[in-house]
Design a protein around this ligand. Structure first.
Ligand SMILES: Cc1cc2nc3c(=O)[nH]c(=O)nc-3n(C[C@H](O)[C@H](O)[C@H](O)COP(=O)(O)O)c2cc1C
Length: 170
């Protein structure tokens, strides 16, 4: 697990090589196993393989054409009506829940030699139109899924000292 966490990168170049159905199922299963508030599992994943639909999704994702190189784009949706409504007493859980599931998916993909890239720069209404997503469903993130055609360097991270405090915030 630590290997996958440490080696995962946002991959922005993909080979056209198809993803075997068994691996697709494996990464979707990793998403399915994710925890969620009150075990609400307020998510739905649209697996897009159609070339025209991928192009329309790239347009909806602010023109990020690279996502069409991957044989698959997964669109992760949140279901607010099924989510826990008051996480921390103030917010619906669906964005958190879907994000955890997508993180599971990206790490499972990495462990299987597949690349992903979180895509959250998109116009939700456009993604909705392309895929026929109803109004009561929210689009949380997209990711291409395919074999990487690049090996990106590790991007910098803050030091632990900067982001961890002990016993009190301040
Ligand atoms: C919520 C979220 C939204 C992101 N949206 C995009 C995006 O729209 N396009 C993109 O190329 N990368 C996107 N990224 C990828 C980040 O740029 C990337 O995770 C960050 O630079 C760290 O690099 P790494 O993933 O290779 O470790 C997004 C990442 C997250 C977590």
């Amino acid at each position: 697990m630590m290997e996958a966490i440490k080696t995962r990168r946002s991959v922005r170049k993909y080979k056209p090589t198809p993803v075997p159905e068994s691996l697709l199922k494996e990464v979707l299963n990793a998403a399915r196993m994710a925890p969620s508030a009150d075990n609400s599992q307020p998510w739905k994943f649209v697996v897009v393989r159609d070339e025209q639909t991928k192009l329309k999704l790239a347009a909806a994702a602010n023109g990020q054409k690279f996502i069409t190189q991957a044989p698959i784009i997964i669109v992760a949706c949140g279901l607010p009506d099924e989510a826990f409504p008051t996480v921390g007493g103030y917010m619906s859980s669906h964005v958190i829940d879907v994000s955890i599931a997508v993180d599971h998916l990206t790490l499972a993909a990495q462990a299987s030699g597949l690349g992903t890239c979180w895509i959250a720069a998109f116009k939700e209404d456009k993604v909705r139109d392309v895929l026929g997503i109803p109004e009561d469903v929210r689009v949380v993130a997209l990711t291409p899924l395919g074999y990487p055609d690049e090996s990106p360097d590790r991007s910098p991270r803050k030091n632990l000292e900067e982001l961890v405090v002990y016993d009190r915030y301040q």
